[in-house]
Design a protein around this ligand. Structure first.
Ligand code: SAM
Length: 306
């Protein structure tokens, strides 16, 4: 199968789960709305498989969405900017990273964000209380090679150009545009992770506000898929979705958890998907509510977690 471009390294990206998520898309191409786009792994996969005719990408992180605009509409410019930063760092990687981080915090230029994400620990966006990017570099890595980055940027641009609109803001804003022929894929900041002392994402999501929004989408007969909680063995992460939303719960088996393996136990981790009643009506009764990734996908996921 053709490799899907994925230009933005991003912790929490659904790159490896995207093929499983696409199994619940309607048969014919839809307009896909991703209110919590991040690295937009599901949109990229859907575009590659011709499951999305149009795409609305939205995220509250402004520099990230400015970066998407450049990747989609000016791929040559952003690929060259990345190459320049990458080459200039050679031989003084640590100091150079700190300088780029400082410049990013002053002006939020998207090319700096791409470089920082490629170089920082776990490709994870972390901001301090003053809203400054404060993640440290991963000193074992130089960041994605510029030729490889160019391949990802050009490929993503080809897939998304002329069919994608980018917006910046709270998820509720873009959801006002949804209509019953669309499909909404939502991957909000993960409760189990973002409510600890080390939040991975900008802004914390209010659970009750989020479920009220899902209720509103149901009332408008909108088809949606939510990636939300998960479990590792018997330990659950995140509150389960309220029963009254009538969502169909799917579990994707994603292999042994790295934490449990370190401790010598072998707990299997599961990622949850929730399908809206309108979507189930469209795609028909879901026979298989338990999916398993292939061993190759599981081993890649384990590498991503390290
Ligand atoms: C789990 S990540 C999405 C990852 C994405 N599915 C991917 O494949 O890379 C969650 C995203 O939600 C965004 N976010 C957080 N709060 C938001 C809000 N209130 N409205 C819109 N986006 C928000 C974060 O900036 C982050 O990019």
């Amino acid at each position: 199968m053709e490799k899907v471009p994925h230009p933005i390294p991003y912790q929490g990206s659904k790159r490896l789960l995207a093929p499983a998520i696409l199994k619940f898309f309607p048969g014919s191409p839809v307009r896909l709305i991703e209110p919590f786009a991040g690295a937009a792994a599901v949109s990229l996969k859907a575009a590659q498989r011709q499951k999305a005719s149009n795409i609305l990408l939205n995220d509250v992180n402004e520099p990230l969405m400015r970066l998407w605009e450049l990747i989609i509409n000016s791929p040559e410019r952003i690929a060259s900017a990345y190459e320049k930063l990458w080459n200039l760092q050679l031989g003084r990687e640590r100091r150079y990273y700190d300088g780029v981080r400082e410049r990013f915090n002053r002006g939020h230029a998207p090319e700096y964000l791409l470089y920082l994400l490629a170089r920082c620990v776990k490709a994870s966006v972390r901001y301090n209380a003053d809203g400054e990017f404060n993640q440290s570099p991963d000193n074992r890595r130089k960041g994605m090679d510029p030729q490889t980055m160019r391949w990802h940027i050009e490929g993503a641009s080809r897939l998304l150009k002329d069919r994608t609109l980018v917006s910046i803001g709270d998820y509720r804003h873009v959801l006002q545009k949804a209509n019953p022929t669309d499909l909404v894929y939502m991957d909000p900041p993960y409760q189990g992770v973002s409510l600890n002392r080390d939040p991975r994402y900008i802004g914390l999501l209010n659970f009750d506000g989020f479920t009220a929004t899902l209720n509103d989408l149901n009332e408008r007969s909108i088809s949606f898929i939510v990636s939300y909680d998960g479990r590792s063995g018997d330990k659950r992460y995140g509150k389960p979705m309220p029963e009254n939303l009538g969502l169909v719960h799917i579990e994707i088996e994603a292999g042994p958890s790295s934490q449990a393996t370190l401790l010598g136990r072998s707990h299997i981790t599961y990622e949850s998907l929730y399908l809206s009643p309108a979507l189930v009506k469209r795609i028909g009764e879901v026979q298989n509510r338990h999916l398993t990734l292939t061993p190759k996908q599981i081993s890649l996921l384990a590498q991503d977690a390290t």
